[in-house]
Design a protein around this ligand. Structure first.
Ligand code: GDP
Ligand code: MG
Length: 437
């Protein structure tokens, strides 16, 4: 799709006002993109109609081509639609908040329960996990293992046959442990069935949940709407958690269930590990659904913030095939001026933020590296090869970083320099040839 969008963007280049035809052409592609991402047809229709109205007769921003402008309108609108105002968890005003997780079997309830517990623990809560899945004793044990790994108490009764009884006992346990949040992991079925629903209704009456969260597998696609309807009818759904967004699914179902239910997505999960739960960010999902990184705002950011003079120095250094630590410092400063590293990387086309380990994108690393280079003499910056052990030690104490970090930076520098050389050598050869001719 990204390719298609680019082709359209080129086609409409050079105009200053969006015409009916421009918009129609773009809308066909956007429609396909949304359907391709598993958004339900009705929702697609409504969405396209909305965007069309907004795009109609709009002036094109100077920096954008009309095609880009439409993409921007689509993206912004999608963010707005996905956004909702109720993305946060609600807590009960009484002592105990009960969060009940529903969903089909395999949707990720049990692992999400543990992820949520860890999230709450990190946010200063004192959660208790509990499994009322009395149909599969293994399910309760699975939760217990996960709970142990995050050191959160877990209440299970593998021998008990009545889910209702377990629910009652779990409430007592929560009171005994003075827990402030009880997370209830429920049994799931392959398909929604009446027996399960009746049991859920009973449990619901016993624990009186503050949040009834439907756990939806992103790969479920259009089916998600039916699943929501069934659970909503039986027990009510106050919000969603979409799982497995680390996979290939584009997550269009999120748009459908959100639009049709009026309920918001509270969290997404992006992996099997217990820390793979993220708060919901509509921008990220919008871009994922459209299948594009936000190239536009990246362009905006780059042109707005890069110091043109500094850029020139960097570029001339690069073309002269001299990549020194002076160049690297200038680049680091440019990146810093563009804002959060996470935001920038998230805007690159083809980058799936869900797959990126946030901890590795540490903005402070940039600050540290800037500090390290600034602690070097000009001679050292221009000739990194003279950086022997005693110089590195001096730089470490000067910048307040460890020698290991200095070594790492120099290693990074050497790798980049090597790459630069590979890139620029053929170019120079060409240049010489051109001169001869
Ligand atoms: P339940 O039947 O609804 O309780 O589902 P489980 O929590 O047992 O999850 C089913 C499978 O999906 C397990 O193998 C989980 O590890 C896996 N799973 C859950 N959430 C995610 C996710 O966000 N990403 C990936 N890759 N796997 C997940
Ligand atoms: Mg389970």
């Amino acid at each position: 799709l990204a390719d298609k969008l680019q082709a359209i963007t080129r086609k409409f280049g050079g105009k200053t006002r969006l015409t009916e035809q421009d918009i129609d052409g773009m809308m066909r592609e956007i429609r396909l993109a949304l359907l391709d991402a598993d958004v339900s047809i009705q929702v697609v229709k409504d969405f396209i109609a909305e965007v069309k109205t907004k795009a109609h007769g709009q002036d094109v921003a100077e920096s954008l081509s009309p095609g880009q402008q439409v993409v921007k309108i689509v993206r912004d609108n999608l963010v707005q639609v996905l956004g909702g105002s109720d993305n946060k968890l609600h807590y009960s005003s009484s002592t105990l908040t009960v969060i009940m997780l529903y969903g089909l079997q395999g949707s990720g309830k049990t692992s999400t329960a543990a992820k949520l517990a860890l999230y709450l623990k990190k946010h200063g809560k004192n959660p208790l996990l509990c499994s009322v899945d009395t149909h599969r004793p293994a399910a309760a044990l699975q939760l217990e293992v996960l709970a142990k790994s995050i050191a959160v108490p877990c209440f299970i009764q593998p021998e008990e046959k009545s889910a209702q009884a377990v629910a009652r006992a779990a409430l007592a346990k929560a009171a005994y442990l003075m827990s402030d949040v009880l997370i209830v992991d429920t049994a799931g079925r392959q398909v929604v069935d009446t027996e399960l629903m009746a049991e859920l209704q009973d449990i619901d009456k016993i624990v009186k949940p503050t949040e009834r969260l439907l756990v939806v597998d992103a790969m479920l696609g259009q089916e998600a709407v039916k699943v929501w309807q069934a659970f909503d009818e039986a027990v009510g759904v106050s919000g969603f958690i979409m799982t497995k967004l680390d996979g290939d699914a584009r997550g269009g179902a999120a748009l459908s269930i959100h639009k049709l239910s009026g309920k918001d997505i509270k969290f997404i999960t992006v992996g099997e590990k217990v820390d793979a739960l993220q708060e919901f960010h509509p921008e990220r999902l919008a871009e994922r659904i459209l299948g594009m990184g936000d190239v536009l705002s990246l362009i905006d950011k780059v042109t707005a913030n890069i110091d043109q003079e500094k850029l020139k120095t960097t570029m001339s250094d690069l073309t002269k095939n001299q990549f020194t630590l002076v160049t690297m410092l200038a680049q680091l400063e440019q990146v810093k001026s563009m804002g959060s590293l996470k935001d920038i990387v998230g805007m690159l086309p083809g980058v799936n933020m869900a797959k990126i380990d946030d901890s590795k994108l540490n903005d402070r690393m940039i600050d540290y590296n800037i500090a390290i280079i600034r602690s070097m003499t000009m001679k050292e910056r221009l000739n990194p090869s003279i950086l022997d052990a005693s110089r590195r030690k001096r730089i470490a104490s000067g910048s307040g970083r460890s020698v290991t970090e200095i070594n790492l930076l120099i290693k990074q520098y050497e790798q980049t320099a090597k790459l630069m050389k590979q890139f620029s050598l053929p170019k120079m050869a060409k240049h010489k040839k051109a001169k001869k001719a």
